[in-house]
Design a binder for this molecule. Structure first.
Ligand code: SAH
Ligand code: DHB
Ligand code: MG
Length: 221
């Protein structure tokens, strides 16, 4: 893994801050054991999400795309006592693995997994006047990223931080020849974000043990 400068730097950071803890090791193992896709955020991206939650003093966090709970656990670790995280997942198999991992992490009382199509769940949450969230992490299927973001805006307040994973995809988002569904979905989202008057936003490139990508970061005005 650490046979290049980016992987080696990730490993250096992981060691410095003790990110390879038992809970994360067990979560990684559960992904291998249940044959779940290996598409979680990296350890230090997870840590970054925790720092963002702490930095904006998030009491309520919304995650779209749980998988096995790897990013959920990092976000949950950024919550204070009494904080709450709602995470949305389509696949019952992923939700079951996540529930077990979240329990092992001691976050059962703070985290609620809602199983079903995220866009339908988000619309239900908006219709039900769900209390706004302080931090929102978008990381589910890519074609409806714009719609996830639009619904997220309706579940936000001024100052809410919205982070979206995988918005560069090794530069494929600005390769006009690539019109695969996930790429066009993210391309459409980035264009929307660039013109969105309701937020101030940017994208940071991400490198590391995972391939080259980027995370969009928006703050609601
Ligand atoms: N955030 C996770 C990774 C999420 S991977 C982590 O970093 O640990 C994307 C997840 O979105 C997968 O679990 C997939 O099943 C889920 N997903 C795909 N389409 C979805 C939809 N329409 N609604 C909700 N979840 C969906
Ligand atoms: C994929 C999805 C992700 O959220 C990710 O971080 C990496 C890859 C994918 O669907 O391939
Ligand atoms: Mg992702």
């Amino acid at each position: 893994m650490a046979n290049n400068i980016f992987g080696a730097t990730d490993e250096y950071i992981n060691e410095l801050f003790g990110l390879h803890d038992d809970v994360m090791k067990a979560t990684e193992q559960s992904i291998t054991d249940a044959d779940i896709p290996q598409i979680s955020v990296s350890l230090n991206q997870g840590r970054f999400l925790q720092m963002m939650a702490l930095g904006c003093r998030a009491k309520r966090i919304l995650e779209i795309g749980t998988l096995a709970g790897f990013s959920t656990i990092w976000l949950g670790r950024g919550l204070p006592a009494g904080g709450k995280l709602v995470t949305l997942e389509l696949e019952p198999k992923h939700a079951d693995a996540a529930a077990a991992n979240i329990e092992k992490a001691g976050l059962k009382d703070k985290v609620e997994i809602r199983v079903g199509d995220a866009l339908a769940t988000l619309k239900k949450m908006v219709a039900g006047n769900e209390e706004p969230f302080d931090l929102i992490f978008i990381d589910a299927d890519k074609p409806p990223y714009t719609e996830y973001f639009q619904q997220s805006l309706k579940l936000s307040h001024p100052g809410t931080v919205i982070i979206a994973d995988n918005v560069i995809k090794e530069g494929q988002v600005f390769n006009p020849e690539n019109n695969d569904d996930p790429i066009t979905g993210v391309r459409r989202f980035n264009a929307f974000l660039g013109n969105c008057k309701e937020v101030q936003a940017t994208i940071i490139q991400t490198v590391g043990e995972k391939y080259h990508d980027g995370m969009a970061i928006a703050v609601v005005k």
